[in-house]
Design a protein around this ligand. Sequence first.
Ligand code: SAM
Length: 279
Amino acid sequence: MPVMELSPRIHPLGNVCMADDRNQNAYAASRIVQHYAQLGMLQPAEKTVLDRLHDRLPGMKMLDIGVGGGRTTKHFAAIVADYIGIDYSAAMIAACQKRFADSAQTALFEVCDARDLSRFQDDSFDFILFSFNGIDYVSHVDRLKVFAEINRVGKPGGYFCFSSHNLQGFEQAFAVRKQLSINPFKMYVNLVMVALLRSFNRSITSKQLAAAAHIVVKDESHHFRLRTYYVRPQEQLNQLKANFGTVEVYGWQSGLNITGERELIANVDLWLYYLCVIA
Ligand SMILES: C[S@@+](CC[C@H](N)C(=O)[O-])C[C@H]1O[C@@H](n2cnc3c(N)ncnc32)[C@H](O)[C@@H]1O
C-alpha cells in the first residue's frame, strides 16, 4: 500500500521539518499549555493498561514521554518505583513542575525531545508511555527513529504504551456520506466539521486517503493548528515489528482489546492505544 506525507507545493522533506517546528511551537503556546495542565482523567484505554500492569508497576522505572501538563503523572508517579516525565516543550515541563511542586509524589521532569534520548542509557526503563497521540507530531522518519530509541532505552521484556491517530477514523470523518443522520442537528454539526476538514486539507482527496497507509493532515485539535500523523492500524503493527514483540491494541474510548484482524481493519476509532512488549 503506498504511503503519503502530503506536502503541497513544497519539497516533502522540507515540509516535514517545517511541520515539526510548527507543532513544537504550538505546544509552547500558553493557551495550549494551560489546556493540558488542567487535564486530569485517564482515558479508558489507559485505565485498562494501568489495571493490566498494576501488580508490576511498583517495581517499574517509568519514562513518560510527551508528559504535557502532567495528566498521566497524577496516576502513575505514586505507584511506580521511579518516574521521569519528559517533553520537548519547556513550557509544558514548567507547568508540570508547578503542578506537582507540593505533591508527595516523587516525579522528575526534564525538557527532552523523544527523537534524541541519548541522555538515557540502554535498558533504563521498564515502562515507557507516550500517551494521547504525542508521537503523531513528528515526521514519519522521526517516528521510526523514536520507536528505535524507545527500544534502546527500554528493558527487553518491559512495556511501551502509546496511542496514535487512526487513518480509518479520519477517512470516516472526511466522507460526506458518512455524516448523514436522522437527527438534523447532529447532521448539521457533522457536515460543518467535514466542510472544515476539507477546507484545511484542500490537497487531499478521498481517493488518496483510501490509498494511503499513513498521512499527515490538519485536524480540528487546537483549531487546525497542528500537522498530525494518521496511520492504519495494520501499518502501525508493521512499523512496530522491528523493535517490539507482542502488541495489543485497545480502543481509546471502549478500553477494550481489539483482537481480530477483521475487527482492526474495520475499526474507525479516531485513535487507538498500543501496548507493546519491548524486544
Ligand atoms: C497531545 S499532547 C499530550 C500531553 C499529555 N501526554 C496528556 O496526555 O495530556 C502531546 C504532548 O507531546 C509532546 N511532544 C510531541 N512531540 C514530542 C517530542 N518529539 N518529544 C517530546 N515531547 C513531544 C507535546 O509537547 C505535548 O506536550
